[in-house]
Design a protein around this ligand. Structure first.
Ligand code: TMP
Length: 243
């Protein structure tokens, strides 16, 4: 596959990934870490193999999303824990798409976890560790200069396209996609592309038959079997569709 590319300056370190410059100004290297946090960094641990698994899952899904009409930052997987991506400026608005009530939605609205939603719900949060990623609306994002109305309508369209691709994709592999979080960025020419990752860190996955949780909620809620759930999700994501 690749590619003579090596890490330059560390541009950004988040809770689960590091982003490095490269000798090509329009490209970065993303390194996935085993570090896991929850509750805004209050709970911390390592999940063995998580970096490699999340890298592999994202590297498997992003090219398929690209084919389905969602532009992404992904170029190629470079190693177990690294991928080569197009350099983007991250729009500081996290986008959550929900199919089934769970997590903060259930808590905020008093809706029992597992209650199906009659249509997908798109929510927006301000990407700020210091503030704990608070819920916002699109007016807030525009008024504070985080995104333009045009970018936000493109983001919503792309998020729903991701949803339309992923729901049947996972169901054909025995997994219910309960909700997920996306991040978008802009290329130098202003094009909005999907960035970040799609993985058990950023999605809720429930087994289609048993509703067993197969995602980071196992870590957040001390359910045990965290590593096994991540490994099983990689296996299912890369498996062919079941009839
Ligand atoms: P929530 O119900 O806790 O708001 O989470 C909604 C979805 O977003 C869930 O799939 C987990 C994901 N998520 C992240 O990717 N990062 C975060 O910091 C949080 C809180 C949730």
């Amino acid at each position: 596959m690749s590619t003579n590319i090596s890490r330059g300056e560390l541009k950004y370190e988040g809770k689960a990934k590091r982003v490095y410059a490269t000798s090509t100004p329009t490209e970065y290297i993303v390194e996935y870490k085993d570090d896991a946090t929850a509750f805004n960094g209050v709970k911390k641990a390592q999940i063995g193999g998580k970096g490699a698994i999340n890298n592999a899952i994202t590297a498997h899904l992003f090219p398929q999303l690209e084919q389905a009409g969602v532009p992404t930052h992904f170029i190629e997987r470079l190693s177990d824990t690294e991928q080569r991506v197009r350099a983007v400026t991250i729009i500081p608005v996290e986008v959550i798409v929900r199919n089934v009530a769970a997590g903060s939605f259930s808590k905020r609205l008093g809706i029992e976890e597992g209650t199906p939603l009659s249509r997908p719900v798109v929510e927006y949060c301000y990407k700020s560790d210091a503030l704990g990623d608070p819920l916002i609306n699109t007016d807030t994002a525009v008024a504070l200069g985080w995104a333009t109305p045009e970018q936000l309508s493109r983001i919503r369209e792309l998020a729903l396209n991701v949803q339309a691709f992923l729901v049947p994709y996972f169901l054909e592999r025995g997994v219910r996609l309960i909700d997920f979080k996306l991040e978008f960025g802009t290329l130098q020419d202003g094009t909005v592309v999907l960035a970040d990752e799609i993985s058990p860190d950023t999605c809720r996955f429930w087994d289609a038959e048993t509703n067993e949780k197969m995602d980071k909620d196992r870590f957040r809620r001390d359910l045990g079997g965290v590593e096994d759930a991540y490994a099983e999700m990689l296996r299912r994501v890369t498996a062919p569709a079941q009839g």
